[in-house]
Write a protein that binds this ligand. Sequence first.
Ligand code: NAG
Ligand code: NAG
Ligand code: NAG
Ligand code: NAG
Ligand code: NAG
Ligand code: NAG
Ligand code: NAG
Length: 411
Amino acid sequence: MTTRHHHQIDLLFRLALAALLTLGATRVILDNLRNNNNNILLRHMYTIRVPIEVSEKETIKDNCNVFEGKWITDNTSYPLYSEQSCPFLVKQTTCLKNGRPDSFYQNLRWQPNACNLPRFDGLKMIEMVRDKRLMFVGDSVQRGMFESMVCLVHSAIPSYVKTSLHRIPPRKVFRVEEFNATIEYYWAPFIIESISDHATNHTVSKRLVKLDSVAKHSREWEGADILIFESYVWWMYKPTINATYGSLDNIQEYNVTTAYRLAMETWANWIESRINPQTQKIFFTTMSPTHLWSWEWKPGTEGNCFNETGPVEGSKYWGTGSNLEIMGIVEDVLAKLKKVKVTVLNITQLSEYRKDGHTSIYGERKGKLLTKEQRSDPKNYADCIHWCSPGVPDTWNEILYALLLQDYRAQ
Ligand SMILES: *[C@@H]1O[C@H](CO)[C@@H](O)[C@H](O)[C@H]1NC(C)=O
Ligand SMILES: *[C@@H]1O[C@H](CO)[C@@H](O)[C@H](O)[C@H]1NC(C)=O
Ligand SMILES: *[C@@H]1O[C@H](CO)[C@@H](O)[C@H](O)[C@H]1NC(C)=O
Ligand SMILES: *[C@@H]1O[C@H](CO)[C@@H](O)[C@H](O)[C@H]1NC(C)=O
Ligand SMILES: *[C@@H]1O[C@H](CO)[C@@H](O)[C@H](O)[C@H]1NC(C)=O
Ligand SMILES: *[C@@H]1O[C@H](CO)[C@@H](O)[C@H](O)[C@H]1NC(C)=O
Ligand SMILES: *[C@@H]1O[C@H](CO)[C@@H](O)[C@H](O)[C@H]1NC(C)=O
């Protein structure tokens, strides 16, 4: 690793963690935001059932890698919901409301090279979660994916159907009563146990992970029917991390890559011993890329994702923020699983192109929208880690939806 590379990683980690701090001040979400009590009777008299027919058009061809493709403009169908129509978005991601002048980032559709993705149908999605729990586990980037899913579903269901979002730290629970369906988010930034596990009061500069412990979290995951895991940016604060393995008195500094592998193995052991592949589905979301250095896509410039209004042109753009060693570890660990198949949501490459999709200066820092002064200093204050919603996380969910639909069809 060159010195320069090291320096960049160090920087990525610092910026990332500063931005991630925002979780600490997440506001309490209003419960039962849009429930129309007048229709309680109606709700009990009628049960909505959505036939899940999967047409030929909606079927992903066997040999099609949905993660290879390009972004194309689609002003008619996109965005799939609007900021105003989704009451569940946190302030951090509503970029337009926060003053972002351009909205083209909402009008892009991911087009795989070898096939089409089915159009996202929120009713079919929630039907697939009927009498089930779907749970996202990870950090605040994963929380963005959870919120996107909630908005995608919410925008499709009739207004008389009761929906609610409750905050039960470290969880957020979205329920659609009519379907007895639950979409949840569980805060576990390292997946395994750490001192950063408190949903709101977690230290950022001081980190300590327990590489061999996951039980405290996994107890809460065991009843879920569909689980989507993610963990990356919190590992990347420094090239080394303090950790224990075995005795809690024996704290040692580990290389991040060594620690990440041990953590993933702990998680994998839990997957193998506790997951029933007949009734549960497991996904793993790969690294969400960052766009902290504009010279990587526009040589000679000194900026970051700020003021970017369109994707990177050309193919196979890959920035230094996405660590190939970490990607390799994920691949290794998943390949060694024997009993349970974990489906990879390999969103790194497709998101790499989207230098325009981040919240930039139209988001938050430490739980507050940026001040005018901070906005005038994008070099220090632009958030090039989190994403605007509607936006890139919707595509991750469209792919998740497409894969679930294929499975459903195969049953
Ligand atoms: C789509 O909308 C953007 C503005 O949001 C505009 O710049 C672009 O020209 C439009 N494209 C088409 C094909 O209408
Ligand atoms: C409702 O969903 C839960 C899972 O979230 C399930 O355990 C329960 O059996 C369901 N209730 C009914 C009446 O099907
Ligand atoms: C946050 O956690 C620290 C350390 O565990 C504790 O000292 C502090 O009182 C907590 N703050 C709040 C607001 O709970
Ligand atoms: C590990 O902990 C020690 C003692 O608290 C601290 O001095 C050191 O900086 C920490 N290392 C890392 C990589 O955070
Ligand atoms: C940590 O990483 C460095 C640089 O990649 C390597 O030289 C060193 O041997 C590693 N240490 C351990 C304990 O794996
Ligand atoms: C943003 O980019 C446009 C064109 O790329 C440029 O004209 C404008 O000056 C930039 N704005 C800022 C504030 O840097
Ligand atoms: C994800 O896709 C990239 C190519 O974009 C590939 O290099 C990598 O191995 C894949 N990762 C996994 C875990 O499958």
